[in-house]
Design a protein around this ligand. Structure first.
Ligand code: PHE
Length: 448
């Protein structure tokens, strides 16, 4: 492992890690959750969860990753002090790799839809009605082709490695995303109805804070920071010794929650602008519209109402969704690819091709029995597996890893850390609080 690659700069790492974190989870999941959990109260709890629970877990992954300089499985085996904990580490590592791959298999389908709507904005401009109908119709062919193209893009970036692939593309794509989003917000704010949405988004009604909201906020924070499946662990493994990990973790958490907040600033007012234009925005049970309808009905109807400029706005928005998905999907694919490169004779290119092919097959199987498998895989991975894996990683860090080694690793790149709050609070925090809180959320979510 002598020639192991690294991120070339701190900014490169932050862009890549933020690129992984920022995705459909922020721009779709967060506004959707906010809409279905009563608005600003959810936003408040989400921020609390992100910093009090997800940030410490993120630090566990970054620290293990940088210390062991390897993929999740090899890393856990490396820090395990004895045979039984090594077996446990292997099991958790393989489970994480499987879940990362399964997340990519449904994520690729949804990202494919974003690409078809992107293409549709072009066929719409050109007046090709038949092509537009095909692109927005829900056919197996459309779904498979768009997912396949998205997977090929993901594979192309991953086979180029860390600096030339992940870092280069994240650094290019992330700022673009912010620019597109801010432009859209400025437009939406000039529209009638937007201010009503802004109030729902910003003025919390504390009575809305119920157990279900807390669980949703926690799940959202976990998914959004790409935790549990070894993504942040493997990105941490490409970080230089010199970097100050607690600070980098704060930067990534701030950027991720910041973008989620900005996405909400766009989407929630957009819902009310759509209402102003005659679209029904509440479902039969009285809750605000959410899920696929939010992105694929409310927003296109908003774009249509804009007149000629609408197709351009649609183009910008779906380009943004595709970009955000791509910088996340590459981080998912990196999890199994890094394992294969480090543990088998395969090189990066071969590993990417084979693993990408297998995940493409997973996705195709999901598409073939969409009704039964799609929701099932999402729940299996994000609701059930990510929190369990998060607990396991906290337990590994807090209970199994030798404390001296752990502290030595945090100290690298940050020698004066002993005087800080982080040093005093974090080790005990991941040992006790994080596992207990995550488990609590997990059992609550099963019970409901
Ligand atoms: N954080 C990504 C998002 O918000 C999803 C993701 C989950 C990425 C797990 C990597 C690993 O869309």
């Amino acid at each position: 492992m002598a020639s192991r690659e690294q991120f070339s700069s701190r900014t490169g790492f932050i862009m890549a890690a933020a690129g992984s974190a920022i995705g459909l989870g922020n721009i779709w999941g967060f506004p959707t959750n906010t809409a279905s959990n009563g608005g600003a109260a959810f936003v408040l709890v989400y921020f609390l969860m992100a910093f009090c629970l997800a940030y410490p877990a993120l630090m566990a992954e970054l620290i293990i990753g940088r210390h062991s300089r390897s993929n999740i499985m090899t890393a856990l085996r490396f820090i395990a002090p004895n045979k039984s904990s090594r077996i446990l580490g292997t099991g958790i590592g393989l489970y994480g790799v499987l879940i990362a791959s399964l997340i990519l298999s449904f994520y690729g389908i949804v990202a494919g839809w974003m690409m078809t709507y992107l293409a549709e904005s072009v066929t719409n401009m050109a007046g090709w009605t038949e092509a537009s109908a095909w692109l927005t119709g829900f056919s197996f062919e459309r779904n498979m082709i768009s997912m396949g193209i998205f997977m090929l893009l993901t594979m192309a970036i991953i086979s180029s490695g860390i600096e030339g692939g992940i870092e280069k593309w994240s650094t290019r794509l992330m700022p673009m995303l912010l620019v597109i989003m801010v432009a859209l917000i400025i437009y939406v704010f000039t529209q009638p109805g937007a201010m009503e949405g802004l109030k729902v988004y910003l003025l919390p009604d504390i009575s809305q804070i119920k157990p279900a909201l807390i669980i949703d906020a926690m799940g959202q924070a976990f998914f959004s920071l790409s935790l549990g499946v070894g993504t942040m662990l493997v990105y941490g493994s490409y970080l230089s010794e010199k970097e100050n990990l607690p600070k980098l973790g704060v930067a990534v958490t701030l950027v991720d929650t910041g973008i989620a907040f900005i996405a909400g600033l766009l989407i929630i007012p957009a819902i009310y602008v759509a209402q102003h234009n005659g679209t029904t925005i509440v479902t039969d049970d009285g809750s605000l519209i959410a899920g696929p309808d939010l992105i694929f009905q409310i927003l296109p109807s908003l774009f249509n109402s804009m007149g000629d400029i609408g197709v351009f706005v649609a183009f910008a928005f779906f380009a943004l969704m595709t970009i955000a998905s791509l910088t996340s999907s590459i981080s998912m694919l990196e999890v199994p690819v890094s394992l294969a490169v480090e543990e088998t004779p395969a090189n990066r290119r071969q590993a990417t091709l084979i693993i990408g092919g297998v995940i493409f097959c997973f996705s195709t199987i999901i598409l073939l029995s969409f009704e039964t498998l799609f929701e099932f895989v999402i729940n299996l991975t994000t609701v059930y597996s990510q929190p369990i894996l998060g607990v396991m990683l906290c337990i590994f860090t807090g209970w199994i890893w030798h404390r001296d080694n752990l502290l030595k690793e945090i100290k690298a790149g940050h020698p004066e850390i002993e005087g800080t709050w982080f040093w005093k609070i974090w080790p005990g925090y991941v040992k006790f609080f994080c596992p207990i809180l995550i488990l609590l959320a997990f059992f609550q979510s099963i019970a409901s």
